[in-house]
Design a protein around this ligand. Structure first.
Ligand code: CA
Length: 217
């Protein structure tokens, strides 16, 4: 899952990006509203965390411009706890809110919920044959046994599981799993898929030659 964080306070931006990366998301960052909007329009993010008080364009302007083109889920970060901000956010097309100061655990929980909701899955557990993907705990079991995956492997499995039965192209995987700071060596989707098959069974991910991958079940 690839997330954009738009926040102008450097320390908060750093902490948010680090925390989301440690959770296993690919994370892009922007420290102005204008840059945030440009990235939001250029990439199909799974979620955008958007501050309101930003230089160049504020969060409302970014959200309003984004909604003319895209339905990307947006979690608003606001220092203001005013009720009219919440109403304005909903009117502008925000999906959820967090009021500063916030716990990183609260952000994590809301990020997971929004990504699940966007994929149309209310349940946090996805069962695919003997494999269970628990998106709330970011854990995978096979026939009841815990399977240890790297963050990248987990991200690929979760993406395919959320789109089970449907083709996921290699470029979709690149767009959703890797961020602008990744180098090419870490970007070998085939290697990650091969490692997942060793752990979850060779039939767990089906290859559609020249097109992409499918998880059935
Ligand atoms: Ca700010």
């Amino acid at each position: 899952m690839r997330v954009l964080v738009v926040e102008d306070e450097p320390e908060l931006l750093r902490v948010l990006a680090q925390s989301l990366r440690e959770t296993g998301y690919a994370v892009d960052v922007a420290d102005t509203g204008r840059l945030g909007l440009a990235k939001a329009l250029a990439w199909d993010y799974d979620l955008i965390l958007l501050d309101i008080l930003l230089p160049e364009l504020d969060g409302w302007q970014v959200l309003t411009a984004l909604r003319k083109q895209k339905a990307t889920p947006v979690l608003i970060l606001t220092a203001r706890d005013a009720i009219d901000d919440r109403v304005k956010g909903l009117d502008c097309g925000a999906d959820d809110y967090v009021t500063k100061p916030f716990d990183l655990s609260e952000i994590s929980a809301r990020v997971r919920a929004l990504i699940r909701r966007a994929a149309g899955k209310a349940d946090s557990r996805l069962e695919i044959g003997a494999v269970v993907v628990d998106t709330a705990r970011r854990k995978i079991t096979r026939a009841g046994a815990d399977i240890v995956l790297t963050a990248r492997e987990y991200a690929i499995v979760e993406l395919l599981a959320l789109h089970r039965g449907n083709l996921v192209t290699k470029s979709q995987i690149y767009d959703h799993i890797f961020d602008e700071s990744d180098d090419t060596l870490s970007n070998l989707v085939e290697v990650h898929v091969s490692n997942v098959r060793k752990k979850l069974g060779k039939d767990f991910i089906e290859t559609r030659r020249g097109m992409g991958y499918v998880v059935n079940g």
